[in-house]
Write a protein that binds this ligand. Structure first.
Ligand code: NOJ
Ligand code: CA
Length: 563
């Protein structure tokens, strides 16, 4: 493995819509990010990933792109984007954009052309199929595959009497990557942004570019009238790796850039190597989702009472499987959450008495794991899930599609509880800058309601408090990037300690003669952890404690003596 600059980065993901609004329209914008660059630099990160800000009708908040070359007016202008890149670079911060390759908006001129007639030259830039007929003669979708956003993955288009494929919302038709002209158009577009000065991409939904082009029904068992969530039909398929190698040769090989693909659920460690291995033509790393949802929040849509419990053994062994499986083969990104997941402190931490220490503990784990850590905006102050009282307060397209179908099987209370635990809006609320109205995010009406706890959980409060979550994140980024622990924390090997311990996540990181040990209590109770403490010095912790009894959510980063 050759050392690369992007291995020595800590990333910070920004959801522009909710970060900082500068013109009072209730929507965060690029000038807002520019305004906060000093804050971001002080946090100590040196890479930012900005979620899509291309022109879009915003059905899925920008993942439905209608023009890849234009900044949506809601977010600003292309000049703002250039200024943002320049000002970030001036502060030693690299900038990566979200590259959306699987689909466009149905309002993209390509699709407008494509749907106009069956013989339009852009027809096969998307995936069109004839419908089938059921026993009673009604037209039904070409097959029984489900979409990620409820219902069928096909949408009927009256104009030409065919269906187009859309694995997300109806307004997000999938592109046909079998078509070389489309592939070249995507390569051109990516080069255009790299030439403009961006340092790489987080590549959206990359696992889905190749589909099973037989389009045969899934044989998965589903109830009549339901669609089969058979994601293999359009995930991680062999053909995708041909597209990727071509994209690498056409685009990536010519730039000193970094690429992080989103491969999601279903991808195995071996596949990560195919996507991003040190010896493969592809990306530099890939996000998988396997360590998310280890408190059962996603599956558990019926439960309303009681707290969910983190399965610590499952969490750490899942991370271990990926980390050891990747060792000397592929570099990993690490993250607790992104804009598609709930807030981690609400999931694996505590939002009551132990809010501060549990958020600190989670930060300390993230920043001491192998790979490139990505902090999601607001995580550094311990922002929490929403406190909404009604289903109507949520905005996400996934929620809009989920609620009508959920109402057929569960109560309103169950839906609300489920959304408060699992909805993507949990991570999309306005960034909590201070205790003024709407958390200092906007002077207007925010696009999504601010979480009520902004009066106490906000940047301003935490900047003044050296014991805050924010101060801890700053200490941790320093430790990782600018201390004599840098080498061991970035390049050191990883081994779990007391793997079977049900409450504590503990591991060694070691390289040559240096060794760091991380011990983290994931419970809101005292937990015993026997260890050879005398051989180590504590370099960072959230409590003054050196015994073998770990306080609720206590963590300690220890370093072997005599190094
Ligand atoms: C993954 C993105 O992270 C998510 O927000 C989006 O809805 C889908 N891909 C579709 O682009
Ligand atoms: Ca704005």
């Amino acid at each position: 493995m050759k050392k690369q600059w992007w291995m020595e980065t800590v990333g910070y993901q920004i959801y522009p819509r909710s970060y900082k609004d500068t013109n009072g329209d209730g929507i965060g914008d690029l000038p807002g990010i520019i305004e906060k660059l000093d804050y971001i630099a002080q946090l100590g990160v040196n890479l930012i990933w900005i979620c899509p800000f291309y022109k879009s009708p915003m059905d899925d908040n920008g993942y439905d792109v209608s023009d890849f070359y234009t900044v949506d007016g809601l977010f600003g202008t292309l000049d703002d984007a250039k200024e943002l890149i320049k000002q970030a670079h001036d502060r030693g911060i690299r900038v990566i954009l979200d590259l959306v390759m699987n689909q466009t908006s149905d309002e993209h001129p390509w699709f407008v052309e494509s749907r106009s007639s069956k013989d339009n030259p852009k027809r096969d830039w998307y995936i069109w199929q004839d419908g089938k007929y059921d026993k009673t003669g009604n037209m039904i979708p070409p097959n029984n595959w489900a979409s990620f956003f409820e219902g069928s993955c096909w949408n009927y288009d009256e104009h030409t009497n065919q269906y187009y494929m859309k694995i997300f919302s109806n307004k997000m038709p999938d592109l046909n990557w079998e078509n070389p002209k489309l592939r070249m158009a995507m390569a051109e577009m990516s080069k255009w942004w790299l030439d403009l000065g961006v340092d790489g991409f987080r590549v959206d939904a990359i696992a889905h570019l190749a589909k099973d082009t037989t389009f045969k029904d899934s044989t998965m068992n589903v109830k009549p009238g339901h669609y089969a969530p058979d994601w293999r039909k359009f995930s991680n398929r062999d053909r995708l790796f041909d597209y990727l190698a071509e994209f690498h040769d056409e685009v990536l090989a010519h730039y000193d850039c970094v690429t992080v693909g989103e491969v999601g659920g279903g991808a195995q460690v071996e596949e990560a190597e195919r996507y991003a291995g040190y010896r493969t033509k592809g990306f530099n790393m890939v996000f998988n989702f396997d360590h998310c949802w280890k408190n059962g929040a996603f599956e558990d849509e019926g439960r309303t009472k009681g707290k969910l419990t983190t399965d610590v053994i499952d969490l750490k062994t899942t991370l271990e499987r990926w980390i050891l499986g990747s060792e000397s083969k592929v570099w990993m990104p690490q993250y607790w959450l992104n804009h598609d997941h709930p807030r981690v402190v609400s999931q694996y931490g505590d939002i009551g008495e132990y809010h501060r220490v549990s958020a600190q503990m989670l930060g300390a784990v993230l920043l001491t794991l192998p790979g490139t850590p990505f902090i999601y905006n607001g995580e550094e102050i311990g922002m929490t899930n929403v406190d909404y009282e009604s289903v109507d307060e949520f905005r996400d397209v996934w929620v809009r599609n989920f609620v009508p179908s959920a109402r057929k099987r569960i109560s309103e209370e169950q839906i609300l509880t489920h959304l408060r635990r699992a909805s993507r809006d949990n991570a999309r609320t306005p960034m909590q800058w201070d205790d003024s109205e709407n958390a200092g995010f906007t002077t207007g009406i925010p696009h999504l309601k601010t979480v009520g706890n902004y009066k106490t959980i906000n940047v301003k409060n935490q900047q003044m408090d050296e014991n805050s979550v924010l101060s801890m994140y700053k200490r941790l980024t320093q430790l990782r990037l600018n201390s004599d622990l840098k080498d061991v924390l970035i390049y050191g090997k990883f081994r779990l300690i007391q793997k079977e311990h049900p409450d504590i996540f503990a591991y060694r990181r070691y390289v040559d003669t240096d060794e760091v040990v991380m011990i983290a209590n994931f419970r809101d109770t005292k937990v015993m952890f026997d260890f050879e403490y005398k051989k180590y010095d504590c370099v960072c912790s959230n409590f003054e404690n050196s015994g073998s009894d770990f306080l609720p959510y206590e963590f300690r980063i220890l370093r072997a003596k005599g190094v």
